[in-house]
Design a protein around this ligand. Structure first.
Ligand code: HEC
Length: 191
């Protein structure tokens, strides 16, 4: 019986979600922002714009926005789709969360941890590989964050997705300047 548990519960989840009235599928309790689904569609369009083969975007446009949001929410929840990854928001998170105190990008930032230059990242981007690298460094990193910042940095899924996008986007990394670094982190770097 055991081997049937997972498929059945996944099916049960799908049926339960399909049966829910749309308002019950609000973004409450989710990491991704409202409108994330629209953003993801836009991103797909941009990413696939230059491809020779055709994607049937017209078919997606025929689906009502509400239904599309329900499908996308379901896909993200069960791990079939990634949240939209925004490198500009990632730059802001890199600054706000204090990654910049220990990691540099284009020579801007601290040198306690390895630099995170997009040019040095493996191509094509592999978000899971990046997360695994972070996890490998996590014990040392959390200890140092405790010592330097007073607490370990906490991230939600959306913030991690945006940070990974930033780590792989050379153009967005060029937008990072020293004067964007919050004072509390800049002081740490100069110590
Ligand atoms: C207090 C200092 C500090 C802060 C803040 C910090 N890190 Fe780190 N990080 C480190 C150190 C030190 C290592 C290397 C750990 C090791 O060698 O085991 C590391 C490792 C990593 C790695 C693995 C690098 C590799 O080459 O394997 C990644 C990726 C990373 N950090 C990303 C981040 C991100 C993103 C943030 C912000 C959310 C962040 N770090 C915040 C100190 C820090």
């Amino acid at each position: 019986m055991n081997e049937y548990r997972l498929p059945l519960s996944a099916l049960g989840l799908f049926v339960a979600i399909a049966a829910l009235p749309a308002p019950a599928l609000s973004d409450e309790g989710h990491d991704h922002a409202p409108g994330a689904e629209q953003e993801m569609l836009e991103q797909m369009r941009r990413t696939h714009a230059g491809h020779q083969h055709d994607h049937d975007f017209e078919a997606m446009e025929a689906v009502s926005a509400e239904d599309m949001q329900r499908v996308m929410t379901l896909m993200m929840d069960i791990g079939l789709a990634l949240p939209p990854m925004d490198s500009e928001r990632g730059r802001e998170t890199f600054l706000a969360k204090g990654c910049v105190a220990c990691h540099s990008v284009n020579g801007i930032g601290g040198a306690v941890g390895p630099s995170l230059d997009a040019a040095e990242m493996p191509a094509p981007m592999n978000a899971f590989e990046f997360a695994a690298r972070m996890l490998r460094g996590a014990a040392a990193m959390a200890q140092m964050q405790d010592d330097l910042l007073g607490a370990a940095v906490e991230l939600n899924g959306q913030e991690l997705a945006d940070l990974i996008a930033f780590a792989h986007d050379e153009a967005e990394q060029r937008e990072l300047t020293t004067d964007q670094i919050p004072d509390r982190y800049r002081d740490l770097i100069l110590q």
